[in-house]
Design a protein around this ligand. Structure first.
Ligand code: HEC
Ligand SMILES: [Cu+2]
Length: 353
């Protein structure tokens, strides 16, 4: 009986050790073998100041935790081996240790010191991220979480877009960070692009804020990190970090009203006489709904439905025919259009560049 319990204990400890070691190895390989892991959401490959600082503090905490783990583990193994039941054991409890000032002090003061160090280090990072001075060249964006997509507004340049956030790359010599004001149209969401910053929640009737200053051009992905309903998992985030020129060109084009060719009058008529316009806006037309994404420059986006599908002719047509086919639980109803109207509306939307 005792023997099996003993064996189970040893096995348990060995298992715990193996799991911890595996985790530690994984973490170190992620940190130092960075290029080998191209995962677009790798938290160990930060590319912007807040994410950088979060990364450094987590490595610091990880190292302290690893040291504590190693010390406790060694003590545990030592006691198991040294004090295991011997052949001449009389089965009585050993005398307890009372009133040892050294022992009491050691297990009170040491943990307090460790917690204090962790607290101070964390407070330093929180302070430097939260209270960073906002440079005059900062870009201001309002991000609004909706079930299950993102609205992005650039109030100073009059842009409203969805799901794909464009920001300029930030050169440390001339920083152009992007300050994002976070709001929610319905329930709790959370804005998280692991390589750019830690996560911040979007809470109804409250405005939160965060900032990013990406150092490398590219696409960074993330997703809503708070369960907000059925399609929370398909509420993806894409951040396009552009060069200054690309960003300016993008912003100029987005600020234009929709350019509509006259070859698509039929589709435009279907769109403007259907409930589409109650939920969608196309600037320069009668459509000014705000429940769904702004479609003024739909074709400037690579994806539709918050990254759930790429923006191709087939997907767009399928989406309008039956959103559930791409995103079950999405809040856009299937509009029951005839095939002819469906083709016409799709053709119209495809002119919204
Ligand atoms: C009841 C409101 C509502 C109506 C009516 C509606 N939509 Fe939508 N639409 C939405 C919502 C909400 C989304 C975002 C869904 C998501 O990503 O979860 C959406 C997404 C879209 C998208 C993808 C946009 C993007 O960038 O991701 C397109 C295109 C679209 N709708 C076209 C239409 C057309 C065309 C009609 C009319 C035939 C229409 N919608 C009618 C609410 C509506
Ligand atoms: Cu969400």
């Amino acid at each position: 009986m005792r023997r099996t319990r003993h064996r189970a204990l040893v096995q348990g400890i060995a298992g715990l050790f193996a799991v911890s070691l595996a985790f530690l190895l994984l973490a170190t390989s992620q940190c130092f073998g960075a290029p080998a892991n191209p995962s677009p959401t790798n938290i160990f490959r930060p590319s912007s100041t807040p994410a950088d600082e979060v990364f450094h503090i987590s490595i610091f905490v990880l190292i302290i935790a690893a040291l504590i783990f190693a010390v406790v583990f060694c003590l545990l193994v030592y006691s198991l081996v040294k004090f295991r039941r011997g052949p001449d054991d009389d089965g009585r409890e050993p005398p307890p240790v009372y009133g040892s000032n050294q022992v009491e002090l050691a297990w009170t003061v040491l943990p307090i010191l460790i917690v204090l160090v962790l607290f101070l280090a964390t407070a330093r990072v929180i302070h430097s991220v939260e209270d960073a001075a906002k440079p005059p060249a900062a870009v201001a964006v309002i991000a609004i979480g909706h079930q299950f997509w993102w609205e992005f507004r650039y109030p100073s340049v009059g842009i409203v877009t969805a799901n794909e956030l464009h920001v300029p790359v930030s050169d440390p010599a001339h920083p152009t960070p992007t300050y994002i004001e976070l709001r929610s149209a319905d329930t709790d969401h959370s804005f998280w692009i692991p390589r750019l910053a830690g996560k911040t929640d979007l809470i109804p009737n409250r405005t939160n804020s965060m900032w990013i200053d990406p150092h490398e051009v590219g696409i960074y992905v993330g997703q809503c990190a708070q369960y907000c309903g059925t399609q929370h998992a398909k509420m993806l985030l894409r951040v396009y970090v552009d060069t200054k020129e690309q960003f300016d060109r993008w912003a100029r084009e987005e600020a234009q009203p929709a350019r509509v060719g006259d070859t698509v009058n039929q589709g435009r008529r279907v769109f403007e006489t259907t409930a589409c316009i109650n939920c969608h806006a196309v600037s320069g037309t009668v459509a000014d709904g705000r429940f769904g994404p702004d479609l003024t420059h739909l074709m400037s986006r690579d994806t539709i439905a918050s990254g759930a599908a790429s923006n191709t002719h087939e997907n767009l047509r399928l989406w309008i025919h039956d959103p559930e086919a791409i995103k079950p639980g999405s809040l856009m109803p299937a509009m029951q259009l005839s095939d002819q109207d469906l083709d016409a509306v799709t053709a119209y939307l495809e002119t919204l560049r």
